[in-house]
Design a protein around this ligand. Structure first.
Ligand code: AR6
Length: 168
């Protein structure tokens, strides 16, 4: 499996699946979550509301992942995951690892050959970007995938991209 570090907007990536750093409500928010909902269109929110009604009445737990279509995105699927919120006292690195690992395994099970990740928990949720980058790279390398050939880490700033390059 190849790992690429890309600077840019994850919503434009021509990959099979992009990962959303969502919150447990699955009903949208700021940061990359807001950007993904805006680019995918209102159908994405409807799909998330249906998931809540059907499977996640109490919300998606931290470290879990669930898929929807990508609707108006170039990507066929959005994998929604919830990273731990440092500011809320969620400081167990296994939860962060799980958000990356479970997202990749789910994308692989859907048949995705390429998957793009943002820096989950490194924005509003307040984790140290260096810990996020190291955890993300380790989690992806440990995954025994059948279909995924390319993992992109798509970072919004050059500074964040440098942190991921140092960890890769
Ligand atoms: N493409 C790639 N990366 C982006 C984009 C984009 N379009 N927009 C922002 N980033 P954050 P979190 C970067 O805060 O820390 C939301 O409200 C951003 O610069 O989006 O997991 C959710 O609903 C940062 O480096 O996610 C949750 O409530 C990284 O993505 C909460 O924020 C992650 O920042 C989740 O917080």
């Amino acid at each position: 499996m190849k790992i690429d570090i890309v600077t840019g907007d994850i919503t434009t990536r021509p990959v099979d699946a992009i990962v959303n750093a969502a919150n447990s409500s699955l009903l949208g928010g700021g940061g990359v979550d807001g950007a993904i909902h805006l680019a995918a269109g209102p159908e994405l929110l409807e799909a998330c509301q249906e998931l809540r009604r059907r499977d996640y009445r109490d919300g998606l737990p931290v470290g879990h992942a669930v898929a929807t279509p990508g609707f108006r995105l170039p990507a066929r699927w959005v994998i929604h995951t919830v990273g731990p919120n440092w500011h809320a006292g969620q400081r167990d690195p296994d939860l962060l690892r799980s958000a990356f690992f479970e997202s990749l395994i789910l994308a692989d099970s859907l048949g995705a050959a390429s998957v793009a990740f943002p820096a989950i928990s490194a924005g509003i949720y307040g984790w140290d970007p260096r810990v996020v980058a190291r955890t993300a790279v380790d989690a992806v390398r440990e995954a025994d995938t059948q279909k995924v050939e390319l993992v992109e880490f798509v970072l919004f700033s050059e500074d964040m991209a440098d942190v991921f390059v140092a960890a890769a």
